[in-house]
Design a protein around this ligand. Structure first.
Ligand SMILES: O=C(O)/C=C(\CC(=O)C(=O)O)C(=O)O
Length: 294
């Protein structure tokens, strides 16, 4: 059994930027607590506990109102920890589940009742053993009303993902913009390919998130304050303002050796969405349309 990892900042700074009232942290996770919600036997990392109490304290510290909790791969397809956090949020959290594609319609309905509004398909080989596109499509065709699909993949497989994404019958949200190489700049090949994908369907959304991952020193980027990320991503938010949602990615799975300060992550928001109008869409209107329309 590998050692348990801490990938989050022990005392994040207070951001200089104040999010607008009603702002949603629309990409975050909970880990455990393990004694109550054991990690999956197939988990590729084993984190320390990062439960709802810590998440909600961070939400308040950073000036957010609500959370969208995305089921992390370390919990496999058992969504109990995510559902528990939503249940404890007082209506201030909703979630994205990861399901066994054979899951029944009755189980999907139960997830809906527990605050889930989408399912996530993860294509990162370092996180999951397999990602069966045919089975994913089958379950995508029988989601409850109003749900969407969240997809996590890296830029090198964007082209091969296109037929699969074209066949998905509900809106799609792409985690971390499909991890483009932001050092290429706003007009580099990765950003151009991602824009072409957005132009192929009006209901593909994206998260302009994770400067800490995409502009990490260990990945050849600049690190905090993530100038490559700001330069590459601001034009994308400006050009697709109605299709983006933002999140901290706390507790930053797998970022143990370059742990970001969440206050600094929040201070990236005005650099990628410089006007009040853009911030209102990114943080309030867009996530509410996807997660609190009912
Ligand atoms: O949290 C993220 O968005 C990214 C992750 C972890 C993850 O997705 C998961 O464990 O499910 C990563 O790149 O390691």
């Amino acid at each position: 059994m590998p050692d348990r990892i801490t990938s989050w900042h022990p005392s994040p700074s207070k951001p200089a930027y104040t999010p607008p009232p009603g702002a949603v942290d629309a990409h975050c996770h909970v880990f455990g607590p393990m004694a109550e919600f054991p990690f999956s036997p197939k988990a590729k990392y084993l984190p320390e506990d990062a439960g709802p109490d810590k998440l909600f304290a961070l939400r308040d510290h950073l000036g957010f109102s609500k959370n969208v909790i995305v089921q992390a791969s370390c919990h496999g397809t058992d969504n109990s920890a995510t559902l528990d956090a939503i249940a404890k949020s007082d209506g201030k959290a909703r979630g994205v589940a990861v399901v066994d594609p054979d899951t029944s319609d009755a189980d999907l309905a139960k997830l809906h009742d527990g605050g889930i509004r989408g399912i996530r398909f993860n294509f990162l080989k370092r996180l999951v053993d397999n990602a069966p596109k045919d089975k994913f499509l089958e379950v995508a065709n029988r989601l409850p009303e109003g749900w969407h699909v969240v997809i996590y993949f890296e830029a090198d497989i964007l082209e091969e993902m296109k037929p699969f994404m074209a066949a998905i019958p509900v809106p799609i949200v792409i985690d971390h913009m499909g991890r483009p190489d932001v050092t290429q700049g706003p007009d580099g090949p990765d950003m151009r390919a991602f824009r072409a994908l957005l132009d192929s369907r009006e209901d593909i959304w994206f998260k302009p998130t994770c400067p800490d991952r995409l502009d990490a020193i260990k990945e050849g980027g600049r690190g905090d304050p993530w100038d490559n990320f700001a330069a590459a991503v601001a034009p994308l938010v400006a050009d697709y303002p109605d299709r983006c949602i933002w999140g901290t990615d706390w507790p930053h799975p797998n970022m143990a050796d370059e742990v970001p300060d969440d206050g600094h992550l929040v201070d990236m928001i005005p650099r990628i969405a410089p006007t009040d109008e853009l911030q209102q869409k990114l943080l309030v209107e867009n996530p509410n349309r996807l997660y609190w329309s009912d």
